[in-house]
Design a protein around this ligand. Sequence first.
Ligand code: PEP
Length: 251
Amino acid sequence: MRKPIIAGNWKMYKTASQAKEFVEQVNGLVPDAEKLDSVICAPALYLTQLVDAAGNSPLKIGAQTMHEKGEGAFTGEISPVQLADIGVDYVIIGHSERRQYFNETDETVNAKVKSAFSHQLTPILCVGETDEQREAGQMESIVEAQVEKAVEGLTDAQIAELVIAYEPIWAIGTGKTATAEDANEACGIVRKKIASLYSEDTAGKVRIQYGGSVKPANIQELLSMEHIDGALVGGASLEADSFVKLLEAGS
Ligand code: PEP
């Protein structure tokens, strides 16, 4: 039985006071950590403040990216050592916006996933196809290749801890959600790929989220599907009341 995981991705939104207000509103309404893993992935600037504000609540805090090295001359970057040191638990790796605008490649994604594990951070690995790739019938091969390259060198135990977010690029921030059946099919393809690389047992443990215009109105149906163990949510995670509704649906 896989525990569901709902993660919000705030991207480059919110001021410090808005971030603080959000946590004050949400704290106390976050489901028990035995039922659901609840995560907010915030801009790096607010991570310390959010870790403190979340305190002992089951709400966990994640970063939206990181450098793969523990330290070094990499101006402007944030390292896994720094994230772990302030109490961050999760980190999104390979979000399509990072791949599209910030030169993330399958190689850097793989290095970052391995580095996150080495520093006791749980990676949320993002994969997904573009509209054109889906139209051309390439969804399966694109997603399989992204998964295979991203997990290269990971152990069975690490795979069992990994969170994979299947996020079709055409559904992110567009209001176009994949049908629950299409999302489940793609998440099933991810699981099958993990089974072929590791084992059925390990594939049965990895948690796979769907992401792409998830909101309170559609989350229930998505979560009812066999291979969908949670959601990575952008827009609908920005308002406290809608985020709480998503958590309620997941618990
Ligand atoms: C995301 O940022 O990963 C995402 C899925 O965004 P949205 O929910 O707004 O489509």
